[in-house]
Ligand binder design. Structure first.
Ligand SMILES: NC(=O)c1ccc[n+]([C@@H]2O[C@H](COP(=O)([O-])OP(=O)(O)OC[C@H]3O[C@@H](n4cnc5c(N)ncnc54)[C@H](OP(=O)(O)O)[C@@H]3O)[C@@H](O)[C@H]2O)c1
Length: 246
Protein backbone atom coordinates (compact mmCIF):
# COMPACT_ATOMS: atom_id res chain seq x y z
CA UNK A 1 0.00 0.00 0.00
CA UNK A 2 1.40 3.40 -1.02
CA UNK A 3 1.63 6.30 1.43
CA UNK A 4 -1.05 8.86 0.55
CA UNK A 5 -2.88 6.27 -1.54
CA UNK A 6 -6.56 6.74 -2.31
CA UNK A 7 -8.99 4.83 -0.12
CA UNK A 8 -11.61 2.60 -1.74
CA UNK A 9 -14.71 1.39 0.08
CA UNK A 10 -16.13 -1.77 -1.48
CA UNK A 11 -19.64 -2.88 -0.49
CA UNK A 12 -20.55 -6.54 -1.02
CA UNK A 13 -16.90 -7.37 -0.38
CA UNK A 14 -17.60 -10.70 1.33
CA UNK A 15 -18.08 -12.51 -1.97
CA UNK A 16 -17.83 -12.51 -5.76
CA UNK A 17 -17.17 -9.28 -7.64
CA UNK A 18 -16.80 -7.19 -4.47
CA UNK A 19 -14.14 -9.46 -2.96
CA UNK A 20 -12.26 -9.59 -6.25
CA UNK A 21 -12.47 -5.78 -6.52
CA UNK A 22 -10.84 -5.41 -3.10
CA UNK A 23 -7.94 -7.60 -4.25
CA UNK A 24 -7.60 -5.80 -7.60
CA UNK A 25 -7.68 -2.31 -6.08
CA UNK A 26 -5.22 -3.27 -3.33
CA UNK A 27 -2.90 -4.60 -6.06
CA UNK A 28 -3.13 -1.16 -7.71
CA UNK A 29 -1.92 0.43 -4.47
CA UNK A 30 -5.22 1.71 -3.08
CA UNK A 31 -6.11 1.37 0.57
CA UNK A 32 -9.23 -0.78 0.85
CA UNK A 33 -12.18 -1.04 3.19
CA UNK A 34 -14.12 -4.27 2.70
CA UNK A 35 -17.75 -4.02 3.81
CA UNK A 36 -20.65 -6.51 3.95
CA UNK A 37 -22.86 -8.28 6.49
CA UNK A 38 -20.59 -11.34 6.71
CA UNK A 39 -17.88 -9.50 8.59
CA UNK A 40 -15.71 -12.60 9.18
CA UNK A 41 -15.14 -12.96 5.44
CA UNK A 42 -14.40 -9.23 5.16
CA UNK A 43 -11.89 -9.45 8.01
CA UNK A 44 -10.08 -12.38 6.37
CA UNK A 45 -9.93 -10.46 3.09
CA UNK A 46 -8.73 -7.29 4.82
CA UNK A 47 -6.03 -9.32 6.54
CA UNK A 48 -4.97 -10.82 3.19
CA UNK A 49 -4.61 -7.44 1.40
CA UNK A 50 -3.56 -5.29 4.36
CA UNK A 51 -6.80 -3.28 4.38
CA UNK A 52 -9.69 -2.69 6.76
CA UNK A 53 -13.07 -4.36 7.24
CA UNK A 54 -16.40 -2.89 8.32
CA UNK A 55 -19.70 -4.66 8.99
CA UNK A 56 -22.36 -3.16 6.73
CA UNK A 57 -25.99 -3.83 5.87
CA UNK A 58 -26.84 -1.41 3.05
CA UNK A 59 -30.58 -1.83 3.76
CA UNK A 60 -30.13 -0.43 7.29
CA UNK A 61 -29.78 3.38 7.55
CA UNK A 62 -28.10 3.09 10.98
CA UNK A 63 -25.51 0.68 9.64
CA UNK A 64 -24.71 3.09 6.78
CA UNK A 65 -24.48 6.03 9.21
CA UNK A 66 -22.07 4.04 11.39
CA UNK A 67 -19.95 3.27 8.32
CA UNK A 68 -19.79 6.96 7.35
CA UNK A 69 -18.76 7.85 10.91
CA UNK A 70 -16.07 5.15 10.97
CA UNK A 71 -14.37 6.15 7.70
CA UNK A 72 -11.61 8.74 8.04
CA UNK A 73 -11.59 9.43 4.30
CA UNK A 74 -12.88 7.84 1.13
CA UNK A 75 -12.01 8.53 -2.50
CA UNK A 76 -13.57 5.58 -4.33
CA UNK A 77 -16.78 3.67 -3.65
CA UNK A 78 -17.40 0.37 -5.40
CA UNK A 79 -21.06 -0.51 -4.90
CA UNK A 80 -21.14 -4.29 -5.37
CA UNK A 81 -23.71 -5.20 -2.67
CA UNK A 82 -26.75 -6.55 -4.47
CA UNK A 83 -28.21 -9.49 -6.30
CA UNK A 84 -31.38 -11.20 -7.47
CA UNK A 85 -34.00 -13.25 -5.66
CA UNK A 86 -36.13 -15.76 -7.58
CA UNK A 87 -37.17 -16.04 -11.22
CA UNK A 88 -40.95 -15.92 -11.00
CA UNK A 89 -43.12 -14.19 -13.60
CA UNK A 90 -44.89 -10.99 -12.59
CA UNK A 91 -48.12 -12.98 -12.18
CA UNK A 92 -46.47 -14.86 -9.30
CA UNK A 93 -44.25 -12.07 -7.97
CA UNK A 94 -43.07 -12.36 -4.37
CA UNK A 95 -43.35 -8.78 -3.15
CA UNK A 96 -41.02 -9.34 -0.23
CA UNK A 97 -38.30 -10.48 -2.65
CA UNK A 98 -38.95 -7.47 -4.90
CA UNK A 99 -38.71 -5.16 -1.87
CA UNK A 100 -35.41 -6.72 -0.80
CA UNK A 101 -33.98 -6.41 -4.33
CA UNK A 102 -34.97 -2.74 -4.48
CA UNK A 103 -33.67 -2.07 -0.95
CA UNK A 104 -30.32 -3.71 -1.64
CA UNK A 105 -29.57 -2.83 -5.27
CA UNK A 106 -31.12 0.64 -5.44
CA UNK A 107 -31.62 2.20 -2.02
CA UNK A 108 -28.32 0.65 -0.90
CA UNK A 109 -26.48 2.57 -3.61
CA UNK A 110 -28.45 5.74 -2.85
CA UNK A 111 -27.86 5.49 0.91
CA UNK A 112 -24.13 4.79 0.85
CA UNK A 113 -23.55 7.41 -1.88
CA UNK A 114 -25.52 10.07 -0.02
CA UNK A 115 -23.70 9.38 3.25
CA UNK A 116 -20.24 9.57 1.65
CA UNK A 117 -20.63 12.30 -0.99
CA UNK A 118 -19.15 15.03 1.24
CA UNK A 119 -16.07 12.88 1.91
CA UNK A 120 -15.70 12.01 -1.80
CA UNK A 121 -15.80 15.70 -2.69
CA UNK A 122 -13.34 16.69 0.06
CA UNK A 123 -10.73 14.31 -1.35
CA UNK A 124 -10.74 16.17 -4.69
CA UNK A 125 -10.62 12.99 -6.83
CA UNK A 126 -13.76 11.03 -6.03
CA UNK A 127 -15.06 8.05 -7.97
CA UNK A 128 -18.35 6.17 -7.63
CA UNK A 129 -18.34 2.77 -9.34
CA UNK A 130 -21.69 1.01 -9.38
CA UNK A 131 -22.06 -2.64 -10.35
CA UNK A 132 -25.22 -2.55 -12.41
CA UNK A 133 -26.00 -5.33 -14.86
CA UNK A 134 -27.02 -5.88 -18.46
CA UNK A 135 -30.36 -6.39 -16.64
CA UNK A 136 -30.27 -2.61 -16.23
CA UNK A 137 -30.94 -2.15 -19.94
CA UNK A 138 -32.48 -5.51 -20.90
CA UNK A 139 -35.43 -7.62 -19.72
CA UNK A 140 -36.15 -11.35 -19.63
CA UNK A 141 -39.08 -13.52 -18.55
CA UNK A 142 -39.14 -14.01 -14.77
CA UNK A 143 -36.60 -11.26 -14.24
CA UNK A 144 -38.81 -8.21 -13.65
CA UNK A 145 -38.06 -7.78 -9.93
CA UNK A 146 -34.33 -7.73 -10.65
CA UNK A 147 -34.38 -5.94 -14.02
CA UNK A 148 -36.63 -3.21 -12.59
CA UNK A 149 -34.12 -2.67 -9.77
CA UNK A 150 -31.11 -2.64 -12.09
CA UNK A 151 -32.92 -0.29 -14.52
CA UNK A 152 -33.32 2.02 -11.51
CA UNK A 153 -29.58 1.69 -10.81
CA UNK A 154 -28.86 2.70 -14.42
CA UNK A 155 -31.15 5.75 -14.04
CA UNK A 156 -29.50 6.63 -10.72
CA UNK A 157 -26.01 6.57 -12.27
CA UNK A 158 -27.05 8.75 -15.22
CA UNK A 159 -28.78 11.18 -12.86
CA UNK A 160 -25.75 11.37 -10.58
CA UNK A 161 -23.55 12.30 -13.54
CA UNK A 162 -25.83 15.30 -14.19
CA UNK A 163 -26.07 16.32 -10.55
CA UNK A 164 -22.34 16.09 -9.90
CA UNK A 165 -21.31 18.21 -12.90
CA UNK A 166 -18.68 20.68 -11.75
CA UNK A 167 -17.63 18.53 -8.79
CA UNK A 168 -14.54 16.29 -8.81
CA UNK A 169 -16.45 13.00 -8.69
CA UNK A 170 -16.56 10.43 -11.48
CA UNK A 171 -19.46 8.00 -11.93
CA UNK A 172 -18.91 4.66 -13.66
CA UNK A 173 -21.54 1.96 -14.15
CA UNK A 174 -20.08 -1.49 -14.78
CA UNK A 175 -22.77 -3.74 -16.27
CA UNK A 176 -21.78 -7.42 -16.36
CA UNK A 177 -23.47 -10.30 -18.09
CA UNK A 178 -22.97 -13.78 -16.61
CA UNK A 179 -20.36 -13.93 -13.85
CA UNK A 180 -19.88 -17.12 -11.84
CA UNK A 181 -20.13 -16.04 -8.20
CA UNK A 182 -22.61 -16.81 -5.41
CA UNK A 183 -25.16 -14.75 -7.39
CA UNK A 184 -27.13 -17.73 -8.80
CA UNK A 185 -26.86 -19.65 -5.52
CA UNK A 186 -28.46 -16.69 -3.71
CA UNK A 187 -31.07 -16.23 -6.46
CA UNK A 188 -32.15 -19.89 -6.17
CA UNK A 189 -31.99 -20.05 -2.35
CA UNK A 190 -28.95 -22.33 -2.16
CA UNK A 191 -30.02 -24.79 -4.89
CA UNK A 192 -26.51 -25.62 -6.20
CA UNK A 193 -27.73 -27.74 -9.15
CA UNK A 194 -30.01 -24.98 -10.43
CA UNK A 195 -27.23 -22.42 -9.93
CA UNK A 196 -24.69 -24.56 -11.84
CA UNK A 197 -27.14 -24.97 -14.74
CA UNK A 198 -27.11 -21.17 -15.29
CA UNK A 199 -23.43 -21.28 -16.28
CA UNK A 200 -23.36 -24.68 -18.05
CA UNK A 201 -21.24 -24.64 -21.19
CA UNK A 202 -20.99 -20.82 -21.32
CA UNK A 203 -17.54 -20.21 -19.81
CA UNK A 204 -18.89 -17.29 -17.78
CA UNK A 205 -16.84 -14.33 -16.61
CA UNK A 206 -15.02 -14.72 -13.32
CA UNK A 207 -15.29 -12.15 -10.55
CA UNK A 208 -11.64 -11.33 -11.34
CA UNK A 209 -12.55 -10.47 -14.96
CA UNK A 210 -15.01 -7.86 -13.70
CA UNK A 211 -12.64 -6.61 -10.98
CA UNK A 212 -10.04 -6.02 -13.68
CA UNK A 213 -12.49 -3.69 -15.47
CA UNK A 214 -13.29 -1.92 -12.18
CA UNK A 215 -9.60 -1.39 -11.45
CA UNK A 216 -9.03 -0.11 -15.00
CA UNK A 217 -11.77 2.52 -14.64
CA UNK A 218 -10.50 3.62 -11.22
CA UNK A 219 -6.89 4.00 -12.37
CA UNK A 220 -7.56 6.30 -15.36
CA UNK A 221 -6.49 9.96 -15.13
CA UNK A 222 -8.84 12.04 -12.92
CA UNK A 223 -10.35 13.84 -15.94
CA UNK A 224 -11.33 10.55 -17.63
CA UNK A 225 -14.81 9.25 -16.82
CA UNK A 226 -15.72 5.82 -18.16
CA UNK A 227 -19.50 6.23 -18.02
CA UNK A 228 -20.85 2.79 -18.80
CA UNK A 229 -19.04 -0.49 -19.36
CA UNK A 230 -20.96 -3.60 -20.39
CA UNK A 231 -18.85 -6.75 -19.99
CA UNK A 232 -20.04 -10.21 -21.04
CA UNK A 233 -18.61 -13.65 -21.77
CA UNK A 234 -17.86 -14.22 -25.46
CA UNK A 235 -20.59 -16.87 -25.55
CA UNK A 236 -23.25 -14.43 -24.33
CA UNK A 237 -24.82 -11.83 -26.67
CA UNK A 238 -27.77 -10.65 -24.55
CA UNK A 239 -29.45 -11.65 -21.28
CA UNK A 240 -31.35 -14.33 -23.20
CA UNK A 241 -29.08 -15.22 -26.14
CA UNK A 242 -26.03 -17.37 -25.46
CA UNK A 243 -24.18 -20.35 -26.87
CA UNK A 244 -23.64 -23.42 -24.70
CA UNK A 245 -20.86 -25.84 -25.61
CA UNK A 246 -22.28 -28.60 -23.39
N1 LIG B 1 -22.95 -12.68 -10.99
C1 LIG B 1 -23.58 -12.15 -12.03
O1 LIG B 1 -23.85 -12.86 -13.04
C2 LIG B 1 -23.90 -10.69 -12.04
C3 LIG B 1 -24.24 -10.10 -13.28
C4 LIG B 1 -24.55 -8.76 -13.32
C5 LIG B 1 -24.52 -7.99 -12.17
N2 LIG B 1 -24.21 -8.57 -10.96
C6 LIG B 1 -24.21 -7.72 -9.77
O2 LIG B 1 -22.93 -7.75 -9.21
C7 LIG B 1 -23.02 -7.41 -7.81
C8 LIG B 1 -22.20 -8.43 -7.02
O3 LIG B 1 -22.79 -9.69 -7.15
P1 LIG B 1 -21.92 -11.04 -7.21
O4 LIG B 1 -22.13 -11.63 -8.54
O5 LIG B 1 -20.55 -10.78 -6.73
O6 LIG B 1 -22.76 -11.94 -6.18
P2 LIG B 1 -22.40 -12.52 -4.73
O7 LIG B 1 -21.20 -13.38 -4.81
O8 LIG B 1 -23.67 -13.13 -4.24
O9 LIG B 1 -22.05 -11.20 -3.87
C9 LIG B 1 -23.07 -10.34 -3.43
C10 LIG B 1 -22.51 -9.48 -2.33
O10 LIG B 1 -23.54 -8.55 -1.92
C11 LIG B 1 -23.52 -8.49 -0.52
N3 LIG B 1 -24.81 -8.07 0.02
C12 LIG B 1 -26.02 -8.58 -0.23
N4 LIG B 1 -26.95 -7.95 0.51
C13 LIG B 1 -26.28 -7.02 1.25
C14 LIG B 1 -26.68 -6.08 2.21
N5 LIG B 1 -27.96 -5.94 2.60
N6 LIG B 1 -25.75 -5.28 2.79
C15 LIG B 1 -24.45 -5.41 2.42
N7 LIG B 1 -24.00 -6.28 1.52
C16 LIG B 1 -24.93 -7.09 0.95
C17 LIG B 1 -23.15 -9.91 -0.07
O11 LIG B 1 -22.55 -9.86 1.23
P3 LIG B 1 -23.25 -10.32 2.61
O12 LIG B 1 -24.27 -11.36 2.27
O13 LIG B 1 -22.10 -10.81 3.43
O14 LIG B 1 -23.84 -9.05 3.16
C18 LIG B 1 -22.10 -10.27 -1.09
O15 LIG B 1 -20.82 -9.82 -0.68
C19 LIG B 1 -24.52 -7.40 -7.50
O16 LIG B 1 -24.97 -6.06 -7.48
C20 LIG B 1 -25.14 -8.15 -8.65
O17 LIG B 1 -26.48 -7.76 -8.87
C21 LIG B 1 -23.89 -9.90 -10.89
Amino acid sequence: MEAGARTALVTGASSGIGAAAVRALAAEGLQTVAAARRIDRCRDLAHEVGGEAVELDVTDPESVAALAAALKSVDVIVHSAGGALGLEPVAEADEEAWRTMYETNVLGVERVTKALLPALERGGNGHIVVIGSIAGVEVYPGGAGYTAAKHAVNALCRTLRLELLGRPIRVTEVAPGMVETEFALVRFEGDADRAAEVYRGIEPLTAEDVADVIAFSVTRAPNVNLDYIAVKPVNQATATDYHRTS
